[in-house]
Design a protein around this ligand. Sequence first.
Ligand code: SF4
Length: 235
Amino acid sequence: MNNLREIVDDTIQVLEHMKKSGITHVAVSRSTLDALGKSPIVAGAASVDLAALAARAKVCTKCSELARCRKNVVFGVGNVHAELMFIGEAPGADEDEQGEPFVGRAGKLLTKIIEAMGLRREDVYIANVLKCRPPQNRAPLPEETSNCLPYLLEQIDAIKPKVIVALGATAVRALLDVQLGITKMRGNWYTFHNTPIMPTFHPAYLLRNPPAKREVWEDMKTVLEKLGRPVPTTK
Ligand code: SF4
């Protein structure tokens, strides 16, 4: 997998260089596209777009403090054709270490929620508003959110999910111009660029307040209904 990632990274660099030189189209044979489509990393045009975007984020220094402190840029993970996209706040220490969103305790809980929905982590796409960890896990500054939001918007445009789940107040505020608290907003549908968005509690909040899992599960059942997927009866 690492070799494949290196090949993809090198390919992205070449494509970026070609783009800068004014080349806007590259001829690729059907058989090459088919082979790329079977790769777990590269699965079509959306993936190429995302890979190029990830390469840009990887060297981004728009937030000087975050760029200085980070170990990894945590871009996003999952199915580039996912019907369902989860968006959280920012990477924590585990995510910064591993370069993948939602891999710590809160991430494990999110994985359980996804599995309870009858899905696998690799069926959905998971990203954060910020791609770099704020020091000491402080809340993102407004300037950092506005610096990083264009990456998230491009991710959403490339993936075109049918439904977005916004995990916690930071994700909700970044995407929706609504001044209500997460407790009032969760469980209700909003729209972001024509995509239905369901605000719900962040898994980190659920670790501190386990009873709120019941409300999140209600929200996830509503999401499954919206996706036209079977809704498990008990949880
Ligand atoms: S948080 Fe986003 S905008 Fe800020 S440095 Fe990281 S990738 Fe760039």
